[in-house]
Design a protein around this ligand. Structure first.
Ligand code: DAH
Length: 335
């Protein structure tokens, strides 16, 4: 005895499936759940197929009716599934926008800005003032030879100036330059006068560290060679420069001695009631010019070596040179 099924029964099953599926689709929480539902409903072994499997037990005339309804239901469920998927996407997007919302009015805790070190800005200020006078920027190596650091500057082997400058000697004939004056020689070897150069750089001496000494410090070398330069040009240049840098600090020239200048002077500025030396200077010694093949009867010139730390300390009211070499942000933040 064959079991038959009526059109009404199948129609009822399809309607029940439609209602259940609609509920389940509406309740699906994400794309994965929807996909499982789709397979469970419309897949080969899905619930719709299950209903249609019973179609063979219908009387032949009723089969197309059920087939048509089943097709309609299939389309309907597909539409519900894709609608729900779109909804879920919109919901997810909205949630993400909400989650990732930037509050542009939020108070910023701030990213601390880096600053330029006072020794850098002081060096630049000094150099800029000379560039403004038409001087050319020049530089030389920190590892030097005896020739450039001493001999060519008229400092012979047994000269007491070599004791004055306690030197870091390296292997071979090399040393760490004790001043920026060797740049004078290097520049004049490559360039014929008239010359005007300003040459900043790091220098080294075997000094013990204290409030005013450091084994590594900075100088700016100045050199002018031309026809007819005399001490008044040196003095005028130095005074004009100091006034531009410091304003109206009292200045004095003190007679001094350097092997590479004649006459020589040291320049002091008055700071906190005391005279503080800020540079050495003088008229380039004829022996230095002769050593470079220049005729000292035609070419004369002046030179100066400025102590950058001193300029920085006076300008910024820094009482201890060591502050310039320790990276203490409480100190550096002031500049
Ligand atoms: N080189 C000297 C030093 O470091 C400073 C100096 C003095 C430089 C006189 C000069 C100068 O150019 O003319 O002690």
């Amino acid at each position: 005895m064959s079991i038959t099924i009526s059109l009404d029964q199948l129609t009822f099953q399809l309607e029940a499936l439609e209602k259940e599926a609609a509920k389940e689709i509406a309740a699906a929480v994400d794309a994965d759940a929807l996909e499982k539902l789709r397979v469970g409903l419309l897949g080969k072994k899905g619930r719709l197929s299950g209903v249609l499997g019973a179609m063979g037990k219908l009387p032949g005339k009723d089969r197309p009716i059920v087939g048509q309804r089943a097709n309609l239901l299939k389309n309907q469920l597909q539409e519900l599934l894709s609608e729900r998927l779109n909804n879920l996407k919109v919901i997810e997007l909205n949630e993400r926008i909400e989650r990732e919302k930037l509050d542009v009015t939020a108070h910023s805790s701030g990213i601390p800005l880096g600053r330029r070190h006072p020794l850098i800005t002081t060096t630049e200020n000094i150099v800029d003032l000379f560039l403004g006078l038409g001087y050319q920027l020049s530089e030389g190596p920190e590892i030097e030879t005896d020739h450039y650091n001493f001999a060519a500057l008229n400092i012979p082997e047994d000269h007491p100036a070599r004791d004055m400058q306690d030197t870091f000697y390296l292997d071979g004939n090399q040393l760490l330059r004790t001043h920026t004056s060797p740049v004078q020689i290097r520049y004049l070897e490559e360039n014929s006068p008239p010359v005007r150069i300003v040459a900043p750089g790091r220098v080294y001496r075997r000094d013990a560290v204290d409030a005013t000494h450091s084994p590594v410090f900075h100088q700016v070398e100045v050199l002018a060679i031309d026809e007819g330069l005399d001490f008044s040009h040196l003095r005028g240049t130095v005074m004009g420069f100091l006034k531009a840098f410091f304003g109206d600090l009292p200045v004095r020239f003190r007679a001094s001695y350097f092997p590479f200048t004649e006459p020589s002077a040291e320049v002091d500025v008055q700071w906190r009631g005391r005279w503080l030396e800020v540079m050495g200077c003088g008229m380039v010694d004829p022996a230095v010019l002769e050593g470079l093949g220049l005729d000292p009867d035609r070419w004369t010139g002046f030179a100066a070596g400025l102590g950058v730390e001193r300029f920085s300390m006076v300008r910024h009211e820094i009482d201890d040179i060591r502050r310039l070499y320790t990276s203490d942000f409480r100190f550096l933040d002031q500049f």
